[in-house]
Design a protein around this ligand. Structure first.
Ligand code: XLS
Ligand code: NI
Ligand code: NI
Length: 436
């Protein structure tokens, strides 16, 4: 078997290690609160970035060669499979995610695309068995092809929707065949550029109808996993319908889809929507809709989806705090929807990026567990709302209070002086725990 990456299997060596190809914090078998780090974190490789993205941007062609020594398209995609599994195996990553277009060339027609997929999928299946690697989620790319320029499920032309249906149907078949526990919808072109040419009500009705058809088809064919919608406010469209977690939840409830769908929260999409990563995770958690995570980070000075590998330990700490509060992942995991920078263009960089990100999330998990065990943050929050445990507050919680009883009570208490929120103190507590 050809070796694609001249990198050894990556092992945990601890914080003293200066070996770039070693984990400093991620110790797969280390137990943290009843589960191993590996079980908590459920790392996944994103096929599109890692096996396909070549550094192309608006101003220049690719800087990375991801043809793996072949030139015929189908041969290239066969090699990508072997390279992908070598990489995941060497990094100890147990899951992957894909779009249909990432794993096989589109060819000249829909039929050719489908037969190309039929060539590649058995190879993926065989490699999954060989390495014990699993599918986290599958999806269809209904945004790159020019036919989707006005949308896919929300296109203004019904024939376009039919093409999208064909892609989604096949991607669901593949997801089921490979035992995937999730299926993602990210509406890259499901949105609009101007209301001057858009019937938003019709487009949203169509989107819901399309999702319903996908759920019905998948359930009928034995899919028991979760469907996820991945919110993103913009890019490529000016205004995307799956704007943020709260918008998506309202949409799902309007159309009665909330039983089948959870959310796939991506860090960089949260920040594009003007939210923190932990805000989107928290919204999902308190609505019992936290499904999976696209683990990456943006650049605070850039207004687009830079999809960088996550290395900001405060962000991973607050994210893992939400994941732990939600009770951990079930069907989902941490998918590195991230690409190395255009200038980090060697195969080694792909390893270094994953190692850095896995260590950042390992630290996030360790820190989040420490914050919970220390208890000061949770105790502070509990105390802050203590007035809702007795008296008039308890009446509100129990649904016994009315506007009249509250008004009557207010007249008896003179004035009220709210206690300090102590933000700086809490930030100090966090630092004292993180850097103890
Ligand atoms: C793009 C999205 C995409 C989804 C899957 O911004 O993150 O990669 O994760 O279609
Ligand atoms: Ni994503
Ligand atoms: Ni993204």
């Amino acid at each position: 078997m050809k070796e694609f990456f001249k990198v050894p299997e990556v092992k945990y060596e601890g914080t003293e290690s200066k070996n770039p190809f070693a984990f400093k914090y991620y110790e797969k078998e280390r137990r943290i609160g009843g589960k191993t780090m590996g079980e908590h974190l459920k790392f996944s490789m994103a096929y599109w970035h890692t096996m396909c993205a070549d550094g192309t941007d608006m101003f220049g062609v690719g800087t990375m060669d991801k043809s793996f020594g072949e030139s015929d398209p189908l041969a290239v995609y066969k090699q990508k499979v072997y390279a992908a599994f070598e990489l995941m195996h060497k990094l100890g990553i147990e899951f992957f995610c894909f779009h249909d277009r990432d794993i096989a060339p589109e060819g000249k027609s829909l039929a050719e695309f489908q037969s190309n997929l039929d060539v590649i999928v058995p190879i993926i299946e065989e490699q999954m068995k060989k390495y014990g690697i699993k599918l986290l989620w599958g999806t269809a790319n209904c945004f790159s092809n020019p036919r989707y320029m006005h949308g896919a499920a929300t296109a203004c032309e019904a024939d376009v929707m039919a093409f999208a249906a064909a892609q989604v149907k096949k991607a669901i078949d593949i997801t089921i065949r490979l035992g995937g526990t999730g299926y993602v919808f990210w509406g890259g072109r499901e949105g609009y550029e101007t209301l001057l040419n858009t019937d938003m009500a019709l487009e949203q009705d169509n989107y819901a109808a399309f999702l319903r058809m996908a759920v019905d088809y998948a359930r009928k064919n034995g899919f028991t996993g979760d469907f996820y919608i991945e919110p993103k406010p913009k890019e490529p469209t000016k205004h995307q319908y799956d704007f943020d977690a709260a918008t998506v939840l309202a949409f799902l409830r309007k159309y009665g889809l909330e039983k089948d769908f959870k959310l796939n929260i991506e860090a960089n999409h949260a920040t594009l929507a003007g939210h923190t990563f932990e805000h989107e995770l928290c919204i999902s958690r308190i609505n019992n809709a936290l499904g999976s995570v696209d683990a990456n980070q943006g650049d605070e000075h850039l207004g687009w989806d830079t999809d960088q590998f996550p290395t900001d330990v405060y962000a991973t700490t607050y994210a893992m705090l939400e994941v732990l509060r939600a009770g951990g992942f079930t069907t989902g995991g941490l998918n590195f929807d991230a690409k190395t920078r255009r200038g980090s263009n060697t195969p080694e960089d792909i390893f270094l990026a994953h190692i850095a990100a896995m260590d950042a999330f390992a630290l996030g998990l360790i820190n989040a567990q420490k914050l919970i065990q220390d208890g000061r943050i949770d105790a502070f929050i509990k105390e802050r709302y203590a007035s809702f445990e007795t008296g008039i507050g308890a009446d509100v919680r129990a649904g016994r209070a009315t506007l009249e009883t509250l008004a009557e009570y207010a007249l008896t208490i003179g004035d009220v002086k709210p206690a300090s929120g102590r933000q700086e103190y809490l930030e100090m507590v966090v630092n004292s725990i993180l850097f103890a």
